[in-house]
Design a protein around this ligand. Structure first.
Ligand SMILES: [Zn+2]
Length: 150
């Protein structure tokens, strides 16, 4: 399952390559953590893990690829549950800010001015870091039901 898991759990990049971002350990890249679109510094938001994972709409996006792949590989029952739980934990444990593009912004509830400032300056929004998976399990489960009908 390791290879499958690697493919299911999307790699994330954060930071815009500013010296400050690098000093903070935020890697220099520049794609949206939600849709992988290229980011421009003036149209990027830094969100906390909590701001991201409490969004059911985000989970519909994040889980749709996993559900599609799981169905392609014929996973069901316990194995499907494992895919779900792994992704839930993987998202909830993110230590770094999430870089989000303008188009993905509406998926989330957050302070746009502050989030943009953090992205430009490469700083961490207050509250950045892992959340307990149980805090976002209901939203993720609701999204999973919408995607799988179960
Ligand atoms: Zn995006």
């Amino acid at each position: 399952m390791g290879w499958l898991k690697d493919r299911l759990i999307r790699r994330r990049w954060t930071g815009l390559g500013s010296p400050r971002a690098q000093a903070l350990g935020l890697t220099a890249a520049g794609v949206c953590d939600v849709c992988n679109a290229s980011l421009s510094p003036t149209a990027t938001y830094f969100l906390t893990t909590r701001e991201v994972v409490v969004s059911e709409e985000y989970w519909v996006r994040a889980l749709s690829t996993s559900v599609r792949m799981a169905q392609t590989f014929g996973l069901d029952g316990d194995r499907l549950t494992t895919v779900f739980e792994d992704q839930l934990r993987g998202m909830a444990c993110q230590e770094t800010p999430w870089a989000v593009c303008e188009e993905c912004g509406p998926l989330f509830v957050f302070d746009r001015d502050a989030a943009r400032t953090h992205a430009v300056e490469g700083t961490r929004p207050p509250g950045t870091g892992p959340v307990d998976p149980s805090e976002c399990a209901p939203q993720a489960a609701a999204a999973w039901r919408r995607l799988t009908g179960s």
